[in-house]
Design a protein around this ligand. Structure first.
Ligand SMILES: [Zn+2]
Length: 496
């Protein structure tokens, strides 16, 4: 394949997806030639030979490498900037998105999602590397992903990042100012990123797909302002307001406190997508009557964490009920269960991880009660994976895990293989951190070459189930459930 044919095919993609118009073609070619370190051209077939954008990306990157135009450690930035040549401008994408939206929200999101994959903003190849399996529990099927999609930074890139002068622009990874940002140091490559501007309850937000998606059409809603996460009535209204515009998506927010929140608390954002999580499939364990909100039905979800599911056709009442529950939870303590709203220094410890969806014509809000207290025995968090589970998972239990999808660290890919060897009494390099767990498994299971892989995956699933139990404030046992009812009684009494 001639290099010029690859370039021509790449330009054909740009023409097809509306990045350029026929009048721009010569201009675009010349810009691209320079970018690839070329200054010559030979006419080739106008009919595209290759239509796969990622295959063309590989071919063009090979040309660039041959011409030595990619600076050391800058591959990631160069690659995104290359894909920018086939990414329409924000104004064009926003215009087309909202035109298609007039037909239906689905037509609009499908357009944007396909485009995001074509230009490698959603990194489908990297995502495909993840290892995924499921584990059946009494709460339903939990899902487990060993996250291999974020490539390890190569040492050259790390070295280059160290030399970069610190800058506060963009203020963080979630700021809208990242759109089209070339990237430098640890600030990711965003040349090919595009954001749809959305208005929710009068506030400006940006909607984009997550580069390393954990679930179908995993998207992020970013506040136009760099301001901290906050779970309050406004957040509930925003989640429900988003559903009015995108009724087929679910949307949730990480909690707004350390330990129980996500990794970025400094920039207000939510996560959405077209996906039914295990928790959404879980049914109600019991119905609860909310005295002050007759139009809102409520129940305890059959889930290892403590979840109240509110449902109503009346969005205003639903949001008010959620707000009341939040405010009551923020001041509620039950010292017998180590649940403490406020510590002596005045720090508040209670918040909620909320998830919203529309089901059978009603708005639904799952409110997951969170408590971020620590103790001498559990310095990382009382309602956080306990130390015995840290060999599998020690990171925060954020929104995605709460909903029953474990995102486990990449190290487990090789570590679990060593555990398997150990269980088969083969020579192995199993890390010491897995030994107590592996010893326990040896006591209860018989392992053969045929079964060991599946048994280990099942055991990882059990660990994840226990992780969720540890994160639950009212445990799924008699004492815990009694505590849950006492909280509900507290909710049903008016504030004194
Ligand atoms: Zn920011």
């Amino acid at each position: 394949m001639s290099i010029y044919q690859s370039i021509q095919d790449f330009i054909s993609l740009a023409l097809q997806n509306g990045t350029i118009e026929p009048l721009d073609e010569l201009y675009h070619r010349n810009q691209l030639l320079h970018f690839l370190g070329l200054n010559d051209w030979a006419e080739v077939d106008k009919e595209a030979h290759e239509k796969d954008s990622l295959i063309l990306m590989d071919q063009l990157l090979a040309i660039a490498n041959e011409n030595n135009v990619i600076e050391k450690g800058q591959d990631e930035f160069y690659e995104a900037a290359l894909m920018n040549f086939i990414t329409p401008r924000p104004s064009k994408i926003n215009h087309d998105f909202w035109e298609k939206y007039k037909t239906s929200p689905d037509v609009a999101t499908q357009y944007f999602y396909e485009l995001a994959q074509q230009v490698n903003q959603v990194k489908t190849r990297d995502i495909a590397r993840n290892i995924a399996f499921s584990h059946l529990t009494k709460y339903g099927k939990l899902e487990i992903t060993i996250n291999l999609s974020k490539p390890e930074k190569d040492p050259k890139a790390i070295a280059a990042a160290k030399l970069v002068k610190a800058s506060s622009y963009p203020a963080c990874q979630l700021c809208l100012e990242n759109e089209g940002f070339y990237g430098i140091g640890n600030k990711p490559a965003r040349s090919n990123h595009r954001i749809i501007q959305v208005s929710i309850n009068g506030e400006d937000w940006g909607f984009q797909y997550s580069p390393y998606a954990y679930f179908n059409e995993h998207s992020i809603l970013l506040n136009a302002k760099h301001q901290p996460m906050e779970i309050n009535k406004r957040a509930f209204d925003n989640l429900l307001g988003f559903l009015d515009q995108f009724p087929d998506y679910m949307i949730g927010s990480n909690a707004d406190l350390p330990i129980v929140g996500g990794s970025i608390l400094t920039h207000d954002h939510y996560q959405a997508g077209r996906y039914e999580f295990p928790m959404a499939k879980a049914e109600l364990r019991e119905e609860i009557k909310l005295q002050h909100f007759p139009e809102v039905s409520c129940g305890i979800v059959n889930w290892p964490m403590s979840v109240l599911r509110l449902s109503s056709k009346n969005q205003v009442e639903l949001s008010k009920a959620a707000d009341e529950l939040l405010k009551k939870w923020q001041v509620y303590s039950d010292e017998s269960l180590q649940i403490k709203a406020k510590s002596a220094d005045g720090k508040l410890h209670h918040t909620i991880t909320p998830i919203a969806r529309i089901r059978e014509g009603k708005y639904e809000l799952d409110l997951v009660l969170r408590d971020n207290n620590t103790s001498e025995i559990y310095p990382d968090g009382i309602f956080h994976p306990h130390p015995a589970l840290h060999h599998i998972k020690k990171e925060n239990i954020g929104l995605i895990e709460v909903m029953g999808l474990a995102i486990l660290p990449a190290r487990l890919k090789t570590e679990l293989l060593e555990v398997e060897k150990y269980l088969l009494n083969q020579e192995n390099e199993m890390s010491e951190i897995h030994k107590p767990w592996a010893e326990e498994l040896k006591k209860t299971e018989y392992f053969s070459k045929e079964t060991v892989h599946e048994i280990v995956q099942g055991a990882v699933g059990e660990v994840f189930e226990q992780v969720l139990k540890d994160a639950g404030v009212f445990k799924d046992n008699e004492v815990g459930q009694k505590g849950f009812y006492e909280f509900i009684n507290f909710v049903n009494n008016k504030f004194s």
